[in-house]
Design a protein around this ligand. Structure first.
Ligand code: SAM
Ligand code: SF4
Length: 352
């Protein structure tokens, strides 16, 4: 299989230009943004096959020697916090719970960077059996991805009949204090009519719900601008059953715009990544499960930290590579432009 067919970028920008970069320790880019939020993908494997993300057969397996080990992940997280100004770490994938050594990764990071929030984005399948250990290891909070509370509909969207396990996972996470617990739902034409029911379920369960506009990051490349559900359509749908009032954003780098529900205090968030892009305030930096730094979800230019790390680079050298990767971050994803080309990797292969 060719690298492109495997969803691995052919452009791996290992040599990065630092021309014009001011002498700053942080992860600044040419547009004045500073990345402090580190998304770490730890696996390509997943227990679900969401249609807007994964191909039916799953992603091609990463060989064990190509995957960053727990110790390597902890080292990079340590460099991130000590040397380049990372202030929050989020583990993602694929599905982070697919890694048996997740507790080791979390506890290693918790000891290495005490006080830094360690979060996880998860589909929650099987979380009920691990929530207590993960909290004890030092996990601070979880975002659970859940698009429908209708069992048949969930099974259709994810190609797996696992809704009961997800709901049990959410309850277990809340019970062990992994808070604030947020639910993320990707907006699809098929899910739109069920959006009020999902919101009601989250209100009853006391968890925050955020809807995310579907982005062109599906492995099957079926996304089309004309078919995607927009934030405005969602607001109209929710408005048939709830009274919503716009609150806005507290923090400009927080992607979700908040709306109060039925006079509050409950809220619902909307992440309009496509129709109201927040690229100008983006503070993310990402690492793939193979240890490449990615400055943007949509840019296939990656800097190979793993190769440097395994050939004996010092922490300072790794920090410089990382700074170079982020200095060259582009202005925005340009989904609306006529010459937009989706990235080679899908969301599950990058880490959302
Ligand atoms: N498996 C975990 C999960 O689903 O939460 C973590 C990885 S998943 C790739 C991270 C997030 O990306 C999820 O919230 C998922 O809904 C979102 N996602 C996946 N594909 C997407 C797409 N095409 N557009 C927008 N969000 C997407
Ligand atoms: Fe798996 Fe998450 Fe992608 Fe769904 S969104 S297929 S749960 S990685």
């Amino acid at each position: 299989m060719t690298p492109v067919a495997m969803g691995i970028p052919t452009v791996r920008g290992d040599s990065v230009s630092m021309a014009g970069r001011p002498d700053s320790v942080g992860l600044i880019d040419k547009f004045g943004r500073v990345a402090r939020d580190f998304r770490v993908s730890i696996t390509e494997k997943c227990s679900l096959r969401c249609t807007y993300c994964m191909p039916e057969e799953g992603l091609p397996a990463i060989s064990p020697q190509d995957l960053l080990s727990a110790d390597e992940i902890v080292r990079v997280v340590g460099i991130g916090v000590d040397l380049v100004g990372i202030r929050e770490v989020r583990f993602t994938g694929g599905e982070p719970l697919m890694r048996k050594d997740l507790e080791k990764i979390i506890s290693g990071c918790a000891q290495r960077v005490p006080g830094i929030p360690l979060a996880m984005t998860t589909n929650a399948v099987g979380l009920e059996h691990r929530a207590a250990q993960l909290a004890a290891a030092g996990l601070t909070r979880v975002n659970v991805s859940l698009d429908s509370v209708d069992r048949a509909h969930f099974a259709e969207l994810t190609r797996r009949d696992r809704l009961p396990s997800v709901l049990a996972g959410i309850r277990a996470a809340a019970k062990v204090g992994l808070a604030p617990l947020k639910v993320n739902a990707v907006l699809m034409r098929e899910t739109l009519a069920g959006a009020p029911e999902l919101l009601q379920w989250c209100l009853d369960a006391g968890v925050e719900l955020r809807f995310i506009e579907q982005m062109p990051l599906d492995a099957d490349h079926t996304w089309a601008r004309a078919n995607m559900v927009t934030a405005d359509e969602l607001l109209a749908e929710l408005g048939t059953q709830f009274e919503l009032a716009e609150i806005g954003r507290d923090d400009p780098s927080a992607p979700a715009e908040e709306w109060s529900v039925d006079g509050g205090p409950a809220t619902v968030g909307i992440i309009a990544s496509v129709t109201r892009s927040f690229c100008a305030d983006c503070d993310r930096t990402r690492m793939t499960a193979e240890g490449t730094i990615r400055s943007c979800l949509f840019s296939d230019r990656e800097v190979d930290l793993r190769a440097a790390l395994r050939s004996g680079a010092s922490d300072q050298e790794l920090a410089d590579l990382w700074r170079g990767a982020m200095w060259n971050k582009w202005a925005g994803h340009g989904i609306a432009s006529a010459d937009f080309v989706p990235p080679e990797r899908s969301m599950g292969a990058i880490g959302g």
